[in-house]
Design a protein around this ligand. Structure first.
Ligand SMILES: *[C@@H]1O[C@H](CO)[C@@H](O)[C@H](O)[C@H]1NC(C)=O
Ligand SMILES: *[C@@H]1O[C@H](CO)[C@@H](O)[C@H](O)[C@H]1NC(C)=O
Ligand SMILES: *[C@@H]1O[C@H](CO)[C@@H](O)[C@H](O)[C@H]1NC(C)=O
Ligand SMILES: *[C@@H]1O[C@H](CO)[C@@H](O)[C@H](O)[C@H]1NC(C)=O
Length: 373
């Protein structure tokens, strides 16, 4: 005991000097300040945990502070753990789903572990699976590349959030197929510690080239990101998407096709990647669990037809462990993201697109053999 008493002053002194050193360091080295500067700092520094230092040059607006504090609080409290966690499958489609029969096989036997929501934007779908009957939500017209796409995604999220059991939310299109069996998908999504939202920097015309300065001051060019619209996200992330109005409005007004001067921007590829990059960069994977093949370098990704579909294709898709992001600049560089799941490398993909309706029969046959995936 006596020796401990004697040691204490030295110990206190040492920690005080460490703190002092750190504070001096923080004062002279702005990169330390980035990490130590919190919201209501007396020195009027309003940036909290951002990775860029750009915000030191200006004070945040009232709306930005309000928005950030709400989002930060939401992220701090994990959602209520229910006894029956479910994955919500959100289908964004013009009408009937060509792969509904395949999805039926996927869901069969897992009742109570999933919920389905269908946003059909052009015509009322005809359902062939009992899991899909009565699952259409109120929808509105969606036009390719327009903001109505983001609004439909939010409408799906909002409807699915009403069920407290829904803990993870996956957005899928009519041309998406599952490439893993249900149990694998359920465990992969529910027990991951991130949301799977693709997010990367593309300095080319189809990336940063779409940014306009009207997005300032809230969204700086360095914050602008690109990614596939086909996300999967945790409940707390779906809630912050609902809570956001500030950045949503910025994108609604300044990231649209055919803006002044013929400038094109597509919010469905930029709003969520940019939003998460700014507000919770460590909470997302940066790649999407839905495979797509952009390697042909065309305006639309490759679509798979019946002759392409075989055991080998599915085997290949399910063994990929790195996700390529191809930039749109002259170099067309390929950025490789290893698919890290809770700290270890795992196969990237649970779903794939785009498949023509004619592939259904072949996929059904392969799926009966699905235990191999
Ligand atoms: C992954 O991380 C989450 C969140 O930290 C945790 O709940 C889950 O158990 C982890 N999964 C595994 C398999 O370690
Ligand atoms: C995704 O990228 C952000 C910013 O570049 C980084 O902070 C984050 O750790 C990345 N996510 C993972 C899972 O590596
Ligand atoms: C997810 O888990 C990995 C491995 O444990 C860890 O390095 C990473 O920081 C975690 N990410 C989050 C957002 O919890
Ligand atoms: C079923 O899976 C096995 C491997 O587990 C494979 O060898 C076989 O070709 C598959 N059958 C069909 C019809 O694809």
């Amino acid at each position: 005991m006596a020796t401990m008493h004697k040691k204490r002053p030295t110990w206190i002194l040492a920690s005080v000097s460490v703190v002092c050193l750190f504070m001096i360091g923080a004062y002279v080295n702005p990169s330390i300040r980035t990490r130590t500067c919190y919201l209501f700092n007396s020195r009027g520094c309003l940036t909290y945990d951002l990775h860029t230092e750009t915000y030191f040059s200006r004070k945040l607006s009232d709306e930005e502070i309000e928005s950030r504090i709400v989002i930060k609080e939401f992220l701090k409290f994990l959602p209520l753990q229910t006894n029956n966690p479910k994955v919500a499958f959100l289908f964004l489609t013009p009408g009937s789903l060509p792969f509904e029969k395949l999805w039926h096989v996927f869901f069969k036997g897992h009742e109570g572990k999933f919920s389905i929501y269908v946003h059909a934007s052009r015509e009322k779908p005809v359902h062939v699976s009992r899991y899909f009957v009565g699952r259409d939500i109120r929808s509105e017209l969606v036009s390719w590349g327009k903001f109505s796409m983001v609004e439909a995604e939010r409408r799906l999220l909002a409807n699915a959030l009403l069920d407290l059991d829904n803990q993870h939310f996956v957005l899928l299109s009519e041309s998406c197929i599952p490439v893993r069996h249900f149990e694998y998908v359920y465990n992969y999504l529910l027990y991951a510690n991130v949301s799977f939202i693709e997010c990367y920097t593309d300095h080319g015309p189809h990336g940063n080239g779409r940014y306009v300065e009207h997005m300032l001051p809230e969204v700086e060019k360095e914050d602008f990101r690109k990614g596939s619209q086909w996300f999967s996200m945790k409940r707390q992330h779906a809630v912050i998407v609902m809570a956001d109005n500030l950045y949503l409005t910025k994108f609604k007004h300044h990231c649209r096709p055919n803006m002044e001067g013929g400038h094109n921007c597509y919010s469905d590829e930029h709003y969520l990647p940019t939003f998460f990059n700014m507000l919770d960069p460590g909470g997302i994977s940066n790649w999407s669990v839905t495979y797509v093949d952009w390697s042909e370098g065309k305006w639309h990704p490759r679509s798979f037809s019946a002759k392409d579909v075989n055991y080998h294709l599915l085997k290949t898709l399910t063994s990929i462990e790195e996700c390529p992001h191809i930039t749109s600049d002259a170099k067309r560089s390929v950025l490789i993201t290893p698919c890290m799941w809770n700290g270890s490398k795992r196969p990237c993909y649970l779903f794939a697109r785009k498949f023509y309706p004619e592939t259904l029969d072949r996929l059904m046959r392969l799926f009966s053999n699905i235990t191999s995936f």
